[in-house]
Design a protein around this ligand. Structure first.
Ligand SMILES: Cc1cc2nc3c(=O)[nH]c(=O)nc-3n(C[C@H](O)[C@H](O)[C@H](O)COP(=O)(O)O)c2cc1C
Length: 375
């Protein structure tokens, strides 16, 4: 694995403290490069995150976006409850009112999150009606006020996840102005989804594939601000690609691929952080998850709310379809329990159930030419 280990991964606890940007020398990458699983509504809920922990201990995880309204007027436990094993875990907030965001950031700290992230990337109509998400890219001063207020209200690092631009506000000049406003407000890092969003005419789903990816613009942002923690998100389908990008930015965030093919996360600890990962094979990961499943069932969770996140475990492997079918057909039945997962496993050939994580060297064949940050 040699030179592909992310440097200084041993220092990980420090990355969750503040001041990384302030203390890092120009060209340094902060305390540690990071590999994270993106916040995804309805996907990265606590059940999925807890399963991910059977695959990787080192990847940083994010909650789904939680709006300030949901936290201030809704069921806080439902939105914020998590298993301590899920850490390092970042709470992603949605909102535009600095005072409300500040209160929620303080709540995040009391609840044991290690970092707070503000969503400035979501283009859904609902989010736009609330005047937050991606449309805030047009209002750098509002986002800066929010960052300032959140930082003042807690001692957690505060980061922003955003796009390259929206609609016609899409050039590097605007992007730079936006990021520099956040820097002036003390932001601890940015995660950039490397495409713009169209606020009207495209569904959120189409906004994740139609606007072209432009990762080179994220690399340029990092090159011009070597002291700023910049993480890249968008279109990363495998670890080799993530490792290749991580030479030029401070972290790589993987979204859909990590959900649709979670087993790719089983090699993160070894390939990215140089430590053994928790799972020797898929069957072991699933069996170790069963006590959690029983615990949540006893707490009243429906089995299907948990098992739906496991459908991709054998993605692309013999038996995948049978595995999914057993889960889909049997999880809804009254009284269904962990035996459904045992039956689903039994539908997969043993040699597939016992396959080790992919240990291959990175093959960054489909990565655009790398632009190295200053050494
Ligand atoms: C089902 C789904 C839900 C998402 N929900 C959120 C969200 O709550 N907050 C957010 O910042 N991004 C959200 N995203 C966007 C992802 O975090 C990520 O930026 C995007 O999928 C691009 O990364 P990828 O190409 O690796 O998937 C969501 C994406 C998907 C597919």
């Amino acid at each position: 694995m040699g030179g592909h280990h992310l440097p200084q991964a041993e220092a990980r606890p420090a990355e969750h403290r503040r001041g990384v940007n302030a203390v890092a020398s120009p060209g340094a990458r902060g305390a540690a490069a990071r590999l994270s699983v993106a916040p995804m509504m309805a996907w990265t809920d606590r059940h999925f995150r807890r399963f991910v922990r059977e695959l990787t201990r080192e990847a940083t995880l994010y909650t789904e976006m939680v709006t300030t309204g949901a936290l201030e007027h809704g069921d806080v436990d439902r939105h914020l409850a998590f298993d301590p094993l899920e850490r390092p875990l970042v709470l992603q907030l949605g909102g535009d009112d600095p005072a409300a965001l500040a209160r929620c950031a303080a709540l995040a700290e009391r609840r044991g999150f290690l970092e707070v992230n503000l969503n400035v990337g979501c283009p859904s109509d609902r989010v736009q009606r609330g005047r937050f998400g991606a449309c805030l890219m047009a209002e750098p001063a509002v986002v800066a006020d929010a960052v300032r207020a959140m930082r003042a209200a807690c001692s957690l690092p505060v980061t922003v996840k955003h796009r390259l631009g929206i609609d016609d506000l899409d050039d590097d000049e605007h992007l730079g102005r936006f990021v520099d406003a956040l820097v002036a407000a003390g932001v601890d890092g940015v995660i950039v989804h490397a495409r713009k969003a169209w606020l009207s005419g495209l569904s959120p789903k189409a906004n994740r594939s139609v606007p072209p990816l432009q990762p080179e613009r994220v690399l340029a942002l990092k090159r011009e601000r070597p002291w700023l923690r910049v993480e890249l998100n968008g279109g990363v389908r495998d670890l080799g690609t993530a490792l290749a990008w991580s030479r030029s930015v401070d972290g790589v965030m993987i979204g859909r691929a990590a959900y649709e093919d979670p087993w790719l996360l089983a090699s993160v600890d070894a390939r990215v952080f140089g430590r053994p990962g928790p799972a020797a094979h898929r069957e072991q990961a699933l069996r170790r998850y069963l006590p959690y499943v029983e615990e949540r069932l006893a707490g009243g969770a429906p089995l299907s709310a948990i098992t739906r996140h496991l459908l991709g475990l054998f993605n692309g492997r013999p038996g995948a379809r049978a595995f999914r079918r057993v889960i889909s057909e049997r999880s809804h039945r009254p009284g269904a329990g962990p035996e459904v997962l045992e039956a689903a496993l039994a539908a997969v050939p043993e040699h597939v159930r016992r396959e080790p994580p992919d240990a291959s060297e990175p093959a960054p064949s489909d990565v655009a030419p790398l632009v190295h940050s200053p050494a």
